[in-house]
Design a protein around this ligand. Sequence first.
Ligand code: GLY
Length: 593
Amino acid sequence: MRILPVLAAASLTTVFLAAPATAAPPALGPTATGYGGAVSTVDPTATAVGIDVLRRGGNAVDAAIAAAATLGVTEPFSAGIGGGGFFVYYDAKRRSVSTIDGRETGPATMREDHFVDPADGLPYDFPEARVSGLSVGTPGTLATWQSAARKWGTRSLASLLQPAARVADRGFPVDATFRQQVADNAAAFGQFDATAELYLPGGAPPAVGSVQRNPDLADTYRLIARQGIDVFYRGLVGRDIVRTVQHPPVSDTPVGTWTFPIRPGTLTTADLAGYELRHPAPTKSQFRDLTVYGMSTPSSGGVAVGEALNILERARVDGRDVTKALHYYLEASALAFADRNRYVGAYTSPSVLKKLISDSWAAQRECQISPTRALTKPVPPGDITATGCTPAPVGGPVEQGVSTTNLTVADRWGNVVEYTFTIEQTGGNAMVVPGRGFLLNNELTDFNFTGTQGTAPDPNLPGPNKRPRSSMSPTIVLKDGKPFLALGSPGGATIITTVLQVLLNRVVLGMSLPDAMAAPRASQRNSAGIQAEAAFRTTYGPQLTPLGHAFTTVDAPELGAATAIEFTGRGGMIASAEPVRRGGGAAAVVHPR
Ligand code: GLY
């Protein structure tokens, strides 16, 4: 692997734009208003690349792919070609919403006890499962980009990889978030030379303001551009992935100490060659005059957001009583999580999904909520075979990591992309594929390691070629048949509540989109304690605690890192990103107004 020395900081304009640059850098704050197309991501370089593609005549799909490839360079600990994700697309001409399921799949040999230690019959500790070959699923990200470009784009994947390759070559300035993500992972990263050489220069995280380069990833992108994605799924890069999984390249001279054994995985070249995208119909639910499209299984995002919105609609919450709206938001979230934990996995039948997102199911669940008293958590899942309010046997909450990234793109023709993609934990499984410059995912740890549903079946146990359940919730909302809002977020299982809460803030409480994004967040995922940011607890705790809501003893430093675009009519757009969370995001429009 080639490692270049870290150089002095360079300005964004000199590092990201294609030569020759044709436009001044776009505004890179958290909010941008205008027309002609918009991009919102967590990262200014990726947003700038996306806007540049739109300015050069590309459409939303082209810009989303170019921005996503750039995030693989600048947000390498959250997403990249070593992972997977869900792509939701509104086609303005067809007036239809389509999806690509690029979720990682487990190996053909994966069994239900994949994460159970044969030595003692107990599930592995999470860090041991994560930093291993066992956690790696076949990545779906490159196949997603290829498919989206061919179906809906106007540029080749090869050309859309070029800006990201240039960013990887020239480098980008390290910010505090990037440095902290390395620092949080230093012990795991330090076990693998390829990871340590790239992200622990001189044995420590890179300094804020230094320039981070990744020439190996630039070369990998260019190799894929020249040879096509077969070099990844059936060729040299795939063989390197499989070698890394089956023989984790543990360093003879590690940086720091890792106390767990680093176990090999069983992913094979046949698993990579056999990878297949899916194109499930989006979930669809009606909330007042809005039609909400989300991602179907293996993501639970669309179903859970849809179920919770149906419950909120039934409860008739509105902006006149914020406490009531938040009370029902928290209760609806808990109920939706209980149901998704019990019923939703990769193979949930369409009839069950339809039931969970139906108004009759919302009626069955909403009737359990008391307007004056919070339910005891965890609440049991509903009984899918019953019609009344009767609870079914109890199920346990399941947590996921807090990594992942999200982007929202719209073009001047009215097409919209909402794309959430991930390598699971921040830092994935900590293994950079030697010589290739990208981290592998640990997505298979999104499976439950053992059953969580008592005597009832658990829909999210490992199985051959199975995709783990996700919480990713890329969401596109139509009003009168036209895009009104597109949004999504990272954050593991908190993705569902972040998307729901931004929708609640914007649509029910009547906040502007930037205010809806910035407002303090809380996440009730069917646990005794609500995870909340300090500002939420101090602002709303005094009203919610008397109703019986309890908060975790430690506040969440932040929940989510959302991106969104609102469509204001006559081509107008408000692009919105986080003002503060994850170091602040970057929203831009082609023509500011
Ligand atoms: N890995 C996070 C998710 O899929 O929800």
